[in-house]
Design a protein around this ligand. Sequence first.
Ligand code: CAA
Ligand code: FAD
Length: 380
Amino acid sequence: MDFSLSEEQMMIRDAARDFARTELLPGVIERDNLQKFPAEQVKKMGELGFLGMMVDPKYGGGGMDTMSYVLVMEELSKIDASCSVIVSVNNSLVCYGLEKYGSEDQKQKYLTKLATGEKLGAFCLSEPEAGSDATSQKTTAIEDGDHYIINGTKNWITNGGTADYYLVIAQTHKEKKHKGINAFIVEKGWEGFEIGPKEDKLGIRGSDTHSLIFNDVRVPKENRIGEDGFGFSFAMKTLAGGRIGIAAQALGIAAGAYDLAREYSKVRKAFGTEICNHQAIAFKLADMHTSITAARHLVMKAAWDKDQGNDYDMSGAMAKLFASQTAMDVSVEAVQVHGGNGFVKEYHVERMMRDAKITQIYEGTSEIQKIVISRGLLRD
Ligand code: CAA
Ligand code: FAD
């Protein structure tokens, strides 16, 4: 394995770093306080090509590899995890799912607009009674001539209110269980498609999360993705890559919190010296840096596996499991290093601690990652 970065990968990483510092940092506290969606920033990220990074240029994407994508995710997440989850969902769930499994017509009609950032996507699997237990889909999609009719509710959908196109997973043939599930492209504004109120959240408060209600929504058959019954497999295969993006998000949150803690420890004085000279603080920095380095290796390994065409279910799950725990541990310690100031919004680390928690929950909780890893280990 060679993780040395190419010139191009370093350039895109540096571009993301500059963008995060100049465009995301100003206003990040206000957006968090007000739960304000970063509309301007998302527009600019589209212009920079961050919303369809891995999509083939013939569909308007950047044609980059997964390694470049995780580098960008890390840099954006160091400053604003609300923005990076928008990037993650659009790239690795929506664009990837459509490019890999969509029809040519679907790619021309939808992917080209999503990859350039002209339109935003959402991925709708979870339901009030089907989160981790994703095969228990209650939303139905019943065939009716040239259409399917969708009824049901999706929960906690990222970009729920701001997306234009929604990939919706629903049950068509209940008796076939997960083999009867389908995935569809649904457009905002279609009759019977309602967006529920915005959730008031602990973290990633700039990202908008909504429930979605489907009341007899008519979806043309050509908007089904793949063969009849492919929907659950579609969701699982797509999420395997999505988890690499969230692992990179967690890594970025940890790295951002660590950078702030290290700098603070070099200027804050207690007992006549900078606090980094107290071994208790220096050892915290050592532990933080060690965990972050280990997490970065796991994230890069998963990205490398995907780029090499290797199976990445397990490496992605391991990266997400470890990086999300690292994000939690490091951000808690970063608050501790900041003392009272760590509890104050202007120092950023309390927001990072709140944002870190979601990385252990979405795109499969840590317990679910352990199921994926252990099943993979025992399969052979
Ligand atoms: N690729 C392809 N197929 C897969 C797969 C994968 N990675 N993982 C499972 N499958 C297939 C299985 O092979 C099986 O199909 P067959 O019977 O044809 O072999 C089918 O899916 C069912 O698998 P299981 O029997 O293992 O199903 P299970 O009920 O035990 O659940 C699970 C498996 C891994 C726990 C799964 O339900 C899961 O991943 N749950 C978590 C859901 C999740 O991650 N949700 C995230 C929502 S999106 C999101 O959160 C976005 C965001 O926040 C920003
Ligand atoms: P549950 O499944 O009810 O789990 C509750 C607890 O039980 C967890 O600790 C879980 O790990 C544990 N548990 C459950 N089953 C097992 C088991 N078999 N073994 C051991 N432990 C178990 N979903 C989407 O589809 N699209 C999105 O864009 C999206 N964005 C989200 C954004 C936010 C801010 C949030 C909060 C959620 C989002 N989700 C999204 C939903 C997210 O994926 C689910 O919340 C997550 O998969 C967990 O499902 P649940 O909330 O139903 O928890």
